[in-house]
Write a protein of this length. Sequence first.
Length: 73
Amino acid sequence: MRHLANEHTVAHIDPKKGFRIHLLVFVLTNPVIWLIWFLTDTTYLWPVWQLTAWTIGLLFHYLGVFIFKHKKL
């Protein structure tokens, strides 16, 4: 059996694919969160906070992947 002590294995994900996964989870999860809100107590509009925070995170993810591209070393 080979010993891999000097080799470091890191899984690299394509940044564009990572963003698409993030966007897909965002699109699939938010309707569920709004449905939970609708089926429970609708007196306080709490999903707005979650939606706002997640949208900001998604925006920064987009900017990091497509606008401010990282240089590969």
